[in-house]
Design a protein. Sequence first.
Length: 299
Amino acid sequence: MNRKNLLACLLCGSVAAALVSCSGDDDLSPVSVVTTDQVDYTEFDLWLQRNYVLPYNIVFKYRYEDNESDMDYYTIPARYDASVKLAHIVKYVCLEAYDEVGGITFTRSFFPKLIFTIGEWEYKNNGTYILGTAEGGRKITLSGANYIDQYVGSAENLNHYYLKTVHHEFTHILNQTKVYSADFKLITGSGYVADKWSESPYDADNLSRGFITAYAQHSHEEDFAEMLSCFVCNSEAQWDEWMQQAGPAGSRLITAKLDIVADYMLTTFGIDIYLLRSAIQRRQRDLAAGRISLTDLSL
């Protein structure tokens, strides 16, 4: 008998022995040996069901999952209390601001269906760190949730670390749904420098070169998202100050880009970015002034 046939016989013998053994046991346990992970649903889960899933079909995932995180970075879970506050902030300043200007059908149709939070920023080896990412039009990852208490009292800090990130990533998702005019990337076409944006000389004087932020110099896709997110997340006075700093040449380039962004949002999605800015600014002030509870989980 060759080795393969011998192995087959041994396996058959083992199966037969197991069947004989089982047939003699009449007292089988009613408890399944197959187990699954049990989730203890919290007040927060019920609140998310009412405020994210039912109106928007969006899952706000705050429990840490390896398969949702980026394995290229060291990441940690978001704290429960921090996640509660961040969920309230995103709902009030982002989702409901788009509802106010474009209607809930717009928000429900285009906003990504998964928001995943992690506790720490995603640090890169060039000295920068990632505040958030968008993936395939379906998911936004928000980093640094565990720092929310440090920034919640300042509209400027909320903007920089969280809110601008959401609007920036949502812009990418809208662009994946409908492309913008190719004229946009021609305005400062020779100025895009990819990952060198954080290095000298590109890390300074970006306004005079026609870029609203240093990061906008990465690519025309990032430039477009930075234009929209910076515009709606900052006051008219701040925008005017930036245009003054940019000088005649830089402000002309930035204004040309803004015109394309405004036309794209209005003609493609029916969103007036000037009305959107007003709604977001008002809601940011509400948050910074403590007028909105970030811990209320009542249904």
